[in-house]
Design a protein around this ligand. Structure first.
Ligand code: HEC
Length: 205
């Protein structure tokens, strides 16, 4: 082969590369601008952990603790995260998510005309009460793996309680909020046991 032929070969390769580059740029322009109709990513409720990790480490108390002092007005504001997909007004229809008027106390996956996932549909027969909503809104994914609500969950327990308490007001028959749990009873009993334990030891030897 002489150098002329080599030139042709390299020239051909180069042309091929340039063509590939052109195709990739063109396809980028064609495809990257289109967002999927149903977002496959989590759209809201992604709350950043505090920089010092403080609140994240603190153990969460039971739902009733936060619900007993829930801020209903704040709940209405928190619901803005949900309203892209849900309508909670009386007579409101289904959107991306099912209509939520009267959802507290309603059967899971029971709203007419909504095409629920198998994950949620499989829970039919159970009700959305304060406890189940607490689990669902903390992490929909953990509560019902494979469900189709693209929402990360509400990490702040105060916000979660607020939106549940507000949803409870969006109902023809709101349920009574749970009473605050008697917080000290359990730890006190444990402490008493711990004190009693060493006294029993010598006798056992
Ligand atoms: C990106 C859209 C989207 C957002 C945002 C969203 N949801 Fe949903 N939600 C859905 C979809 C879709 C379903 C149905 C899930 C399934 O069938 O798996 C659903 C289901 C539910 C259900 C179960 C209702 C039933 O009839 O069983 C409740 C309760 C609920 N969402 C509450 C909320 C609340 C409260 C928020 C805000 C904190 C929220 N959702 C945010 C889309 C969304």
């Amino acid at each position: 082969m002489d150098s002329f032929e080599w030139n042709k070969i390299f020239g051909g390769l180069l042309a091929g590369l340039v063509a590939l580059l052109g195709v990739s740029i063109a396809s980028d322009m064609m495809f990257t601008r289109h967002l999927p109709e149903k977002p496959g990513y989590e759209v809201a409720g992604v709350e950043e952990a505090p920089a010092d990790g403080g609140a994240a480490v603190e153990a969460e108390k039971p739902a009733a603790f936060y619900l007993a002092s829930a801020d209903v007005a704040k709940g209405e504001a928190v619901f803005k995260k949900c309203s892209a997909c849900h309508n909670a007004a009386a007579g409101g229809g289904n959107g991306t998510g099912p209509a939520l008027h009267g959802v507290v106390g309603r059967g899971i996956a029971s709203h007419p005309g909504f095409n629920y996932s198998d994950a949620l549909g499989g829970m039919k027969g159970k009700n959305w009460d304060f406890e189940s909503l607490w689990g669902w809104l903390k992490s929909p994914k953990a509560y019902a793996a494979g469900n189709k609500m693209s929402f990360a969950g509400i990490s702040k327990p105060e916000d979660r309680a607020a939106v549940i308490a507000w949803l409870n007001t969006q109902s023809a028959s709101p349920l009574p909020l749970p009473a605050a749990p008697a917080e000290d009873a359990a730890p006190a009993a444990e402490a008493a046991e711990a004190e009693a334990a060493p006294a029993a030891d010598p006798a056992a030897k």
